[in-house]
Design a protein around this ligand. Structure first.
Ligand code: FNR
Length: 379
């Protein structure tokens, strides 16, 4: 991996190693991809103040996230179907994140189930919940997360209807799926290492919903069940019900508006993630970084504000922290590493981000995470 020096290198390696349908699933945004592009572009518009002759020899990226120690202010975000990028991808990614000392979030739509992960990793992980129409299923899912000792529930609230991604439909990741067409089959067999790992993985279906759909090996029934289950009626009142089942920490993910941020505080969440789902949902929404300062001003003293959507470097992490985020989630940045090299690729992504963050802190004259504020940015 010596030739890998940045996240973009991992992205290109991921593209080479994984069939097009699955790489495209990660690498795109919804509709015109306006918001997807704005997420990365607007982060880069924020410029740093270069400071000199400050003793920066004690630089330390460690922090606390929801009261727990972490080696840097970063969390692996929930990413659906991670196991399609690399066999048992959720297990590999979670192990890498935990060895590095940061939290990992398992998606409801993961390939490895909550139980698969609990059996194969050392420490508690976070569980992300999509609240679906079948509330019996959701209750059971939360109870499974409790049994697996998950340490936080990440409630994703920006996917009551699904934003369309053109590439997915064209590649056959549609409802019903057309994935087993000739073009994809040729592509699958021309990635033999990927194919072998996928076939040998513990699971090749959606582990968390197995049992609820009669046959999870039948992709058509899985996709139809899932698509019919996203609940357009979900609203703030449903949070009371979730609270009555889940006793632990709740993180509301998908906040993009000050009024919603205030509601999230009222319902007693411990944290929120300012996120537009990596530009995969409301196309035409502003970039996530552009709405962060207003939300931090409104609620930052009452709740832990996390940030995601567009982070591709340690510089980006620094920018989000400078605008008031306490920590950041990454989706694509670690999945590119996973698709490229499995667990070591995730570790490589995290190493790259930490080194970039540490160097940027130094060149801005900052020694620790608490020292990062608006003052590191050119106003
Ligand atoms: C996601 N995201 C996501 N979020 C979630 O709550 N549950 C999920 O199952 C998924 N699935 C998913 C799949 C893929 C391929 C991507 C890229 C993203 C959103 C994710 O948690 C996070 O908000 C974004 O990835 C952040 O943007 P960046 O870091 O990818 O730019």
């Amino acid at each position: 991996m010596k030739h890998i020096t940045c996240i973009e290198d991992l992205r290109l390696e991921h593209k080479r190693n994984v069939p097009k349908a699955f790489f495209d699933y990660v690498d795109h945004g919804s509709y015109s991809e306006d918001t997807f592009r704005a997420n990365t572009e607007d982060l880069q518009k924020l410029k740093f103040r270069q400071r000199i002759l400050v003793d920066i020899d004690r630089r330390d990226t460690s922090t606390t996230i929801l009261g727990e120690k972490a080696t840097m202010p970063l969390i692996c975000a929930p990413v659906g179907s991670t196991g399609m990028q690399y066999g048992d991808g959720e297990i590999h990614a979670c192990r890498a994140a935990q060895a590095f000392g940061i939290p990992y979030t398992l998606s409801t739509m993961s390939i490895n189930s909550i139980e698969d992960l609990a059996e194969n990793v050392e420490k508690p992980f976070w569980f992300q919940l999509y609240v679906m129409k079948d509330r019996g299923f959701i209750k059971e899912l939360i109870e499974r997360a409790i049994k697996a000792k998950c340490s936080a529930l990440v409630l994703t609230v920006d996917l009551q209807v699904i934003g369309q991604r053109h590439a997915d439909i064209k590649n056959g990741l549609s409802v019903p799926p057309q994935i087993y067409n000739l073009k994809n089959m040729i592509d699958f067999v021309s990635h033999p290492a990927w194919l072998m790992r996928t076939l040998q993985a513990k699971r090749r279906n959606f582990g968390n919903i197995a049992g609820f759909v009669k046959n999870t090996d039948d992709l058509e029934s899985v996709s139809q069940w899932t698509a019919s289950q996203f609940d357009a009626t979900l609203n703030w009142k449903d949070l009371d019900w979730i609270r009555s089942i889940w006793p632990g920490k709740i993180i509301i993910k998908g906040i993009h508006d000050i009024e919603d941020a205030r509601e999230a505080v009222k319902v007693g969440a411990q944290a929120m993630v300012v996120s537009n789902h990596g530009g995969r949902q409301l196309d035409g929404a502003p970039s996530s970084i552009s709405v962060l300062p207003g939300i931090v001003d409104a609620v930052g003293s009452e709740i832990e504000v996390m940030f995601d959507s567009g982070i591709r470097s340690g510089q980006d992490i620094m920018r989000a922290l400078a605008l008031g985020a306490k920590s950041c989630m990454i989706g694509r940045a670690y999945v590119y590493g996973l698709g490229a090299y499995g667990g070591p690729g995730v570790t490589k992504a995290l190493d790259i981000l930490r080194n970039e963050l540490s160097t940027t802190m130094g060149l801005c004259g900052v020694n620790d995470i608490a020292g990062i504020s608006k003052r590191v940015l050119v106003q």
